[in-house]
Design a protein around this ligand. Structure first.
Ligand SMILES: Nc1ncnc2c1ncn2[C@@H]1O[C@H](COP(=O)(O)OP(=O)(O)OP(=O)(O)O)[C@@H](O)[C@H]1O
Ligand SMILES: [Mg+2]
Length: 291
């Protein structure tokens, strides 16, 4: 990258500007903005997708999420002038953990299995999972762009504030919130044909007292051999969280409600299909399809 590009990024990236202040911010900067990530961010600036990158909302093990100024808009998405930019760390990712969620997904069957590629695919996968969920009218952030390990999406807000995680803002009406969330998980399963696979009070934001589901990198299609196991874990988490809030719910009933097992028209048992040698599980090794 040329020096002038680096300079441009420095003036546009709040976190790089605050060099003298916060040592933590500088550490994040060094870990997240490796050369290739800077090149991507620079391209997002020059393409006019981003105007500035501001401060980190969250600095997790696998990804850092920043606020950013953007002029991108989308019909139906409130034009706040802000975006959330999720940058996956190339250095820290646990290769095997990620691979578990990509292997078995027919959309990503031929992806080269080196770390950089796995992470780029991971971001692509999150992008596609969000699009697919949005198409099924699930409450998720709208995604604007994905490039390598950088995902640009709608910043979920309540007025001037970034929407909190459910963990930090228990809903005022837990019953209504529970039914709302269950409705979304059911639609995710039945219509988007996805299982979130990391459903928890950390990955549900509260906007106007309604759940917004985030963090979909690990979400899997129903054909995935572990889809039912992941759904059961999601259901266990939902029951745990809402039982604490005084909502009466239990795992078996909730599983049935989501999958429709036992209901006419929904005899879906994706996990069982994998015992059949002609099933997709055996074919996905060959084909390459991204939808
Ligand atoms: N679109 C968004 N709008 C507002 N806040 C967001 C958005 N996306 C993410 N966040 C905030 O950033 C946090 C981390 O995002 P996310 O859950 O997608 O990353 P993560 O995969 O959990 O990262 P890690 O596993 O490294 O902790 C979220 O808990 C949420 O507080
Ligand atoms: Mg998360």
């Amino acid at each position: 990258m040329r020096d002038q590009d680096l300079e441009r990024i420095e003036t546009k990236t709040g976190i790089l500007r605050s060099r003298d202040g916060d040592g933590g911010a500088r550490r994040v900067e060094a870990e997240v903005f490796d050369r290739s990530t800077l090149t991507v961010v620079n391209k997002l600036f020059s393409d006019g997708v981003l105007e500035t990158v501001e401060f980190p909302i969250s600095t997790g093990k696998e990804a850092v999420v920043f606020t950013a100024k953007t002029s991108d808009t989308h019909p139906g998405v409130e034009d706040t002038g802000w975006a959330a930019v999720k940058i996956y760390r190339i250095s820290n990712a646990e290769f095997r953990t990620l691979a578990r969620y990509i292997d078995g997904d027919p959309r990503f069957d031929k992806v080269k299995r080196d770390l950089r590629n796995i992470i780029y695919t991971w971001s692509q996968k999150e992008f596609k999972n969000f699009l697919r969920s949005e198409a099924a009218r699930i409450n998720v952030p709208h995604v604007f762009h994905v490039r390598r390990n950088v995902l640009v999406m709608e910043l979920i807000t309540n007025g001037d504030e970034i929407a909190p995680m459910m963990k930090d803002a228990p809903p005022e009406d837990p019953h209504a919130f529970y039914h709302d969330l269950v409705d979304q998980i059911r639609t995710l399963y039945r219509k988007a044909k996805l299982v979130h696979a990391d459903m928890s009070e950390y990955n549900v934001l509260v906007r106007d007292e309604r759940p917004v589901i985030i963090d979909m990198g690990q979400a899997v299609v129903l054909e995935h051999p572990n889809a039912m196991e992941f759904l059961e874990r999601d259901v266990r988490n939902v029951v745990r969280v809402f039982t604490k809030l005084g909502v009466e719910c239990e795992e078996e009933g909730l599983m049935a409600e989501i999958t429709g097992k036992g209901e006419e028209g929904y005899p879906l048992e994706p996990a069982d299909k994998h015992d059949d040698p002609n099933s997709r599980r055996h074919r996905i090794r060959k084909g390459f399809r991204i939808d």
